[in-house]
Design a protein around this ligand. Structure first.
Ligand code: ADP
Ligand code: 5GP
Length: 205
């Protein structure tokens, strides 16, 4: 019987390096996949239905909410985002570990619904470095940066609700730390029980 997978929740203020690290983690760790959320926002150029998101209209989203089909959902400005219960259940039932890249409000709701979810918060080394990274990325104007920095403060205040805090100062160190969290989780007794039983059986005379 295959073991069920684990759920990892990764949150960070915008610009902390979450996409950089999460993409590498999923690319380099077999058996770890990204959660594909449902959203009512329009796809950006290059985004594909079922890859970045399941893009749905408001009626379909309303229906999922009414049917209690979402583990959590939030409204960000005009758009809604949510994690599908059935989708997530299918992945973990296959033994896959799933990484949820979601903001802090949704993350807290996941923790409330699934206390076993592994909560990871990525911190920038300082506000100054965060602002520099936002500017360096070159995708926002100065007023946007001020808005993001104000929002970042609120996000960083949530750190105490997470199980693991990873500071993204040196990228390689941050990556190795994140990777270790996943590796350590996989060695939990609950995940290793059937393997241990198989090993035990080899001792039968
Ligand atoms: P997020 O997904 O959290 O918004 P990104 O992954 O887009 O953040 O990273 C923001 C910017 O900071 C990008 O230009 C990225 O290359 C850069 N960056 C990420 N981590 C580091 C790091 N440890 N040191 C220096 N620059 C970094
Ligand atoms: P974007 O529109 O840039 O793809 O995402 C905007 C924000 O929504 C990001 O902070 C992202 O982490 C968050 N997000 C994406 N999917 C979900 C989800 O299913 N639930 C929650 N709570 N947040 C999400």
């Amino acid at each position: 019987m295959s073991q069920t997978g684990s759920i990892f929740v990764l949150s960070a203020p915008s610009g902390a390096g979450k996409s950089t690290l999460a993409k590498r983690l999923v690319a380099e760790m077999p058996g770890l996949i990204f959660s594909t959320s449902f959203t009512t926002r329009a796809p950006r150029p290059g985004e594909q239905h079922g890859r970045e998101y399941f893009f749905v209209d408001n009626t379909a989203f309303d229906q999922m909410v009414a049917e209690d089909g979402l583990l959590e959902w939030v409204q960000v400005y005009a758009n809604r985002y949510g994690t599908g219960k059935a989708w997530l259940r299918e992945q973990v039932a296959q033994g896959l570990d799933v990484l949820l890249d979601i903001e802090t409000v949704g993350a807290m709701n996941v923790k409330a619904a699934l206390p076993e979810a592994v909560m990871i918060f990525l911190l920038p080394p300082s506000a100054e470095v965060l602002a520099k990274r936002l500017r360096g990325r070159g995708d926002t104007d100065e007023s946007q940066i001020m808005l993001r920095m104000a929002h970042a403060r609120h996000e960083v205040e949530q750190y105490s609700h997470y199980d693991h805090l990873v500071v993204n100062d040196d990228l390689e160190v941050a990556y190795r730390t994140l990777e270790s969290v996943v590796v350590a989780e996989r060695s939990r007794k609950s995940r290793m029980e059937s393997a241990a039983q198989r090993i035990l059986q080899t001792f039968n005379s």
